[in-house]
Write a protein that binds this ligand. Structure first.
Ligand SMILES: [Zn+2]
Ligand SMILES: [Zn+2]
Length: 148
């Protein structure tokens, strides 16, 4: 299964628990990713895992977003490095799931503003275009229109 493959490729250990809420975080003291809700859909777990791997990447590379604790920048970087990670693995399936999630997040203006703004910024990056081309090929234009 796709999610199992990603678990194996994660740069740091992952701990799961079955709390009733769903989400995840990167723990900078214990250098691990925690994901709640092992019962959740694989696609949701892929999105959370890739995002937290992005945070882990920033931490490992002593990125400025960790020092200044700038929410928007942290969330922007997490998505940016999540996509970079999946792109490097040529993981079309996981990229597709994450692209869809980021598009829907970019539209949620009333809800979790930081995440929505971070997602919106990502839609303007070269990496975003590169990932869309990779996943959708000739249909990229279609997706661009759809994501407005
Ligand atoms: Zn960062
Ligand atoms: Zn985050």
């Amino acid at each position: 299964m796709l999610i199992d493959k990603l678990y194996k490729l994660s740069p740091c250990p992952i701990y799961e628990n079955n709390l009733m809420f769903f989400g995840g975080d990167y723990n900078e003291d214990k250098l691990c990713i925690r994901i709640s809700g092992g019962w959740a859909e694989d696609n949701d777990r892929i999105v959370v895992l890739a995002h937290e791997v992005g945070h882990a990447f920033c931490h490992k590379n002593k990125c400025k977003c960790f020092d200044i604790k700038h929410g928007m920048l942290c969330e922007f970087h997490a998505n940016l490095f999540a996509l970079t990670w999946l792109y490097k693995q040529h993981d079309t399936e996981a990229l597709y799931v994450c692209i869809k999630h980021i598009i829907s997040q970019s539209r949620k203006l009333n809800h979790s503003m930081g995440h929505a703004r971070a997602a919106k910024c990502l839609l303007r990056t070269k990496l975003w275009k590169k990932c869309l081309d990779y996943v959708f090929g000739k249909q990229t234009q279609l997706v661009f229109d759809w994501s407005k």
